[in-house]
Ligand binder design. Structure first.
Ligand SMILES: [Zn+2]
Length: 613
């Protein structure tokens, strides 16, 4: 599971944590340079070598990574970092070499692998060794600045210092607007020193991208999506327009409730102050659910209480999750899964508890790593993580360069799709609930889910909108912060609690900016999961409200899933989407369908109230 909010760790561990750090092996000519004499045979031999090397280094990286995450010591961290760097260096070199074959005629499969190799890199290093090193240092430094980030109310007193975990806790639980504003402003000071580094980073990352034939680093990121970069941007806007009316209603409702609580601090018809939404980035509003939910919209039962009452062990819970997948027609997990996974937080050593799904040997050494408690959240997360595992196994016979999801939104979407099938009806079928409560009482559940998944959408969109503007040069260092807040106002309808001039660098206060992790994947995953869910629910013959549909025990849904998953990254994503949904287009109307009962309820609450900002 990747919570885009906080994750410092890769979701599924495969070929996706590529940050180039390699100095160039050789100077590469411009694509199509005359005198290029590369042949198709050479290209195929090259790809064979790339796939073999990638497999070998990725397995070493994952073994080292697994141990580093389940036995945190100085040494395991150092070994993992070295294995990581070996993998990154090799792939950075191969990406550069791949341009040798730009003009060679090749079978479509081989051409696709070469193109994927070039865009696998999050950042392409310039061929100049000095610049390559400078870029690697800048990236390490920005991430370290974020990682060390603390804000101290009184710098002379260490006990007043808060790190991001503590900041997160205050933002989630405090209802004192003074305190929230102080902490919000405090956290944003950690990014100020990054601004100069970021401007230089942009120059160097663009240089590397141009050497691979892209207009800039942002165009290189958008080139991962099987369509021209500009068409992809338009596609995202189209999806946002589909879902925006629901967001605007949710925004208006939450604003109204916050105004009841905080008075004129919250405008009647303007943007919501960003520090009042329960999250330092205002990207997940779940924490203010108690403020905005009426007594009558509370959930009808507590799965957490049921799990506790039944004394469900961690292994019991994972067994239930496995049965979900076998009921769809998938093979059971291999015995090694049960021997090698980590389900429970050990008492004798430090581990990374953040949930993740692994395929250590890229074949069937599947594992999950999480610290399971008997809670509804963990029960759903188990289903989510196993979704990654079954996806990983489905594409395990493809060339290594194709062993990933159809685009980087698909893996997370799939995990979350499975999570959406954890419904009251499913709990009845597996014997955890005696009978499903009447669906008329589901507004609490839908509102809670919307405060998480719908509130996230505009933020999921704007982080990369900002970076693409910066990479393209449309926004320079003299307008970084203004552009950031323009986007946050336009998409999220939030405003900072105080003026934010260019002396600040507020984008840097979000992990994924200094860590140079693309963000559009999370927006896509949030859109796609509902589209997947609607299509699978239809395949399963569910005719009730979408949020009550579970695909449990549907072999037809299992077949659709398998058809999509076994394609891995081998075909353009519209084909994978079609295999599952019957459509080649992403479609956010599934979100509207899913939340239709909530939309109707919100409309009633908002009668006579202003909407928009
Ligand atoms: Zn995940």
């Amino acid at each position: 599971m990747t919570r885009p909010a906080s994750s410092a760790f890769p979701r599924v561990v495969l070929l996706l944590l590529l940050v180039a750090g390699a100095a160039a092996a050789c100077r590469v000519g411009a694509p199509g340079a005359p005198g290029s004499s590369a042949t198709a045979e050479e290209a195929l031999r090259f790809l064979q070598e790339v796939n073999d090397t990638a497999a070998r280094l990725a397995v070493e990286q994952q073994r080292a990574g697994w141990v580093a995450s389940t036995y945190i010591t100085t040494d395991t961290q150092a070994i993992a970092a070295r294995a990581n760097q070996a993998f990154i260096d090799a792939m950075a070199r191969y990406a550069r070499e791949a341009t040798r074959f730009d003009d060679v005629e090749l079978p479509p499969d081989a051409r696709r692998q070469l193109e994927l190799l070039k865009v696998m890199l999050v950042v392409a290093t310039p061929s100049d060794a000095g610049e390559a090193e400078e870029l690697a240092n800048l990236m390490a430094s920005m991430e370290a600045t974020y990682g060390r980030g603390t804000w101290c109310a009184d710098p002379a007193k260490r006990e007043t210092c808060l790190d991001i975990e503590q900041i997160t806790e205050v933002m989630a639980s405090s209802r004192d607007p003074q305190r929230l504003r102080q902490v919000w402003e405090g956290w944003h000071t950690i990014a100020i020193p990054m601004k100069k580094d970021y401007a230089r980073f942009v120059e160097l990352a663009n240089k590397g991208a141009r050497e691979l034939g892209f207009a800039d680093a942002g165009a290189m990121w958008r080139a991962k999506y099987d369509m021209p970069p500009d068409a992809f941007t338009k596609e995202l806007d189209r999806l946002w327009e589909q879902v925006r009316p629901l967001y605007v209603s949710l925004h208006a409702y939450v604003r109204m409730k916050l105004r009841q609580r905080y008075g004129d601090l919250v405008p009647a018809d303007g943007p919501i102050p960003a520090h009042l939404l329960g999250n330092i980035w205002a990207q997940d509003w779940s924490n203010i659910a108690p403020l905005v939910a009426e007594g009558s919209v509370r959930p009808a039962f507590s799965l957490t209480e049921i799990l506790k009452r039944r004394n469900m062990s961690a292994t019991d819970m994972v067994r239930v999750g496995e049965r979900f997948f076998t009921s769809l027609g998938f093979e059971p997990l291999p015995p090694t899964f049960w021997e090698r996974s980590l389900f429970v937080q050990p008492s004798d050593r430090a581990v990374v508890c953040h949930a993740s799904a692994w395929n250590i040997d890229l074949v069937d050494d599947l594992r999950i790593k999480m610290c399971i408690d008997p809670t509804e959240e963990d029960f759903t997360t188990i289903h989510h993580e196993l979704g990654h595992n079954f996806y990983q196994r489905a594409y395990n016979s493809l060339p290594v360069l194709f062993r990933d999801s159809a685009n980087d939104g698909f893996h997370e979407a799939l995990g979350d799709t499975i999570g959406l099938s954890v419904t009251p009806e499913y709990l009845v079928k597996i014997g955890l609930l005696d009978r499903a409560p009447d669906a008329s009482g589901d507004i609490g559940l839908l509102l809670g889910r919307a405060l998480d998944k719908i509130a996230f959408l505009p933020f999921g969109l704007l982080v990369d909108q900002w970076r693409w503007q910066v990479f393209s040069g449309e926004v320079g260092p003299d307008a970084y912060n203004r552009a950031w807040w323009d986007l946050r106002l336009k998409y999220q309808g939030v405003a900072p609690p105080s003026p934010r001039g260019e002396e600040f660098f507020d984008p840097g206060a979000k992990y994924h900016v200094p860590a140079v992790t693309p963000y559009t994947r999370y927006f896509l995953a949030h859109i796609l999961q509902f589209q997947f869910h609607r299509a699978l629910a239809q395949a399963a013959g569910c005719t009730g409200p979408l949020h009550r549909c579970s695909i449990y025990e549907s072999e037809e849904a299992g077949k659709r899933l398998q058809a999509m998953m076994e394609m891995g990254l081998s075909r353009p994503w519209p084909e994978a989407l079609e295999a599952l949904t019957g459509s080649r287009e992403m479609d956010a109307t599934a979100i509207r369908d899913y939340f239709a009962p909530l939309q109707a309820w919100l409309d009633r609450q908002l009668e006579g109230q202003p909407k928009g900002w």
